[in-house]
Design a protein around this ligand. Structure first.
Ligand SMILES: NC(=O)c1ccc[n+]([C@@H]2O[C@H](COP(=O)([O-])OP(=O)(O)OC[C@H]3O[C@@H](n4cnc5c(N)ncnc54)[C@H](OP(=O)(O)O)[C@@H]3O)[C@@H](O)[C@H]2O)c1
Length: 385
């Protein structure tokens, strides 16, 4: 398509085919696709390039005469989704202008399908904001919210995802280029005039750390600080949800890791999400760095005891050597990730992740979840099948 216009695409489930029309002057072409279905209607924003890959053709840019007008189909959408559509239709992406309206603020959630992201979406909804979930697979939209399809490596799609949002949650992926991807996102956010960025980092992020992931997080934190963007950093400790990776051997009554008897102030990812929701929606957190932990530091043997108690059967913790751990996971994880995981566990084993912080309670106004709460709520995962 030769014009400089973006495209607004509405899939009207009462009509056949796509309704495609220009929506604003911008070199980045985006599209909004709403899917049929009762109740909450997921809205998916897709870069035009992706649409082309999926068979939307140039000729489709002319609205089919038989299709209902786009405005009709908007009437069936939730109010927040209509507002998002209206913004794109009018080309408005000035955040102050948005804030001066009665529309609830819009928060972009990256990693929306991930451990924290998936818990953050309902937490944000409880705060009354409009959620825009950034996803990679348009076939798997997050129900009940606006979805935008973007890979962090796709600058045009990320810029479109950021358009008009009032705050964004940046959750880096577990990939070797995680730092570069997050820095790219932050640069685009800065260029787009994003009013607030909440960055998910990690406990003990440090440029001199022996753990590569902590060095990468420190690099991203430093870059974001240097941009002068309104931002807040969250540094969670090891998620209790990481135990789900051990479900296979836990089903056999044990799990192992090279951590010895060291205590770790593990945190429930739901608390990370709840804290993030507070920071994304409330004032007074600019420039803050919050380290997020559980209410106490526990050894892996104590974690095993909590799982045993919740599952009603014995689950043992086996301390392993780093070599045994690596050998067991070789072939399951790429070398960079396996080596990074071994570095992570060595850091835990040295007792470097045992300090308890009160940030979760301070931010949310209630105590952080304990390992016993996690074990109780996830007992089904750890019950022998
Ligand atoms: N795990 C822990 O205990 C822990 C503790 C502290 C901090 N952290 C930090 O948390 C972050 C997330 O790690 P995690 O293991 O918990 O992963 P996760 O958030 O559960 O999953 C990664 C998420 O990122 C998305 N994603 C992956 N590659 C992407 C890309 N190129 N562009 C856009 N989105 C992409 C995935 O989407 P798809 O569904 O499309 O794959 C998924 O939603 C990391 O920075 C990690 O260091 C983790």
């Amino acid at each position: 398509m030769g014009s400089e216009h973006s495209l607004l695409v509405i899939r009207d489930h009462a009509a056949v085919g796509w309704t495609v029309r220009p929506c604003r002057e911008r070199s980045i072409r985006t599209a909004i696709v709403s899917r049929g279905g009762g109740g909450a209607v997921p809205i998916v924003t897709i870069p035009a390039r992706t649409l082309a890959d999926r068979g939307v053709r140039e000729e489709d840019a002319q609205p089919p005469r038989t299709a209902r007008p786009a405005a009709d189909s908007l009437d069936a959408r939730p109010a927040a989704a209509r507002a998002a559509l209206d913004d794109l239709r009018t080309g408005r992406h000035d955040n102050q202008e948005r804030n001066s309206t009665m529309n609830p603020p819009t928060v972009l959630v990256t990693g929306a399908t991930g451990t924290v992201g998936s818990a953050l979406i309902p937490a944000l909804q409880a705060h009354g904001v409009t959620v825009r979930a950034m996803i990679r697979d348009p076939a798997r939209p997050v129900p009940g919210v606006e979805n935008v399809v973007a890979d962090l490596a796709d600058a045009a799609a990320v810029a479109a995802a950021l358009d008009g949002v009032d705050a964004a949650f940046l959750n880096g992926p577990s990939t070797p280029d995680a730092a570069a991807l997050q820095i790219g996102f932050a640069d685009l956010a800065h260029a787009e005039g994003l009013p607030r960025l909440v960055l998910l980092s990690q406990y003990a992020a440090n440029p001199d750390s022996a753990v590569r992931f902590l060095r990468w997080h420190a690099e991203v934190e430093a870059h974001v600080r240097g941009l002068g963007l309104d931002h807040t950093v969250l540094r969670p400790n090891l998620y209790l949800q990481s135990l789900r990776a051990f479900a296979g051997t836990i089903a056999q009554g044990w799990f192992g890791a090279p951590v010895g008897g060291a205590a770790v102030s593990v945190v429930d990812a739901r608390d990370v999400a709840d804290a993030a929701a507070v920071v994304l929606t409330g004032a007074g957190h600019t420039g803050a760095v919050y380290t997020l932990t559980g209410p106490r530091a526990v050894t892996h043997a104590e974690i095993a005891a909590a799982l045993s108690s919740a599952a009603g059967r014995d689950i043992a913790f086996h301390d392993t050597s780093a070599a045994e751990f690596s050998a067991a996971l070789a072939g399951l994880l790429p070398p960079w990730q396996l080596d990074g995981l071994v570095e992570d566990y060595a850091h835990y084993a040295r007792g470097e992740a045992a300090t308890v912080y009160t940030s979760v309670a301070d931010l949310t106004g209630r105590p952080a979840r304990d390992v016993a709460d996690f074990a109780r709520d996830h007992a089904a995962l750890f019950t022998r099948s």
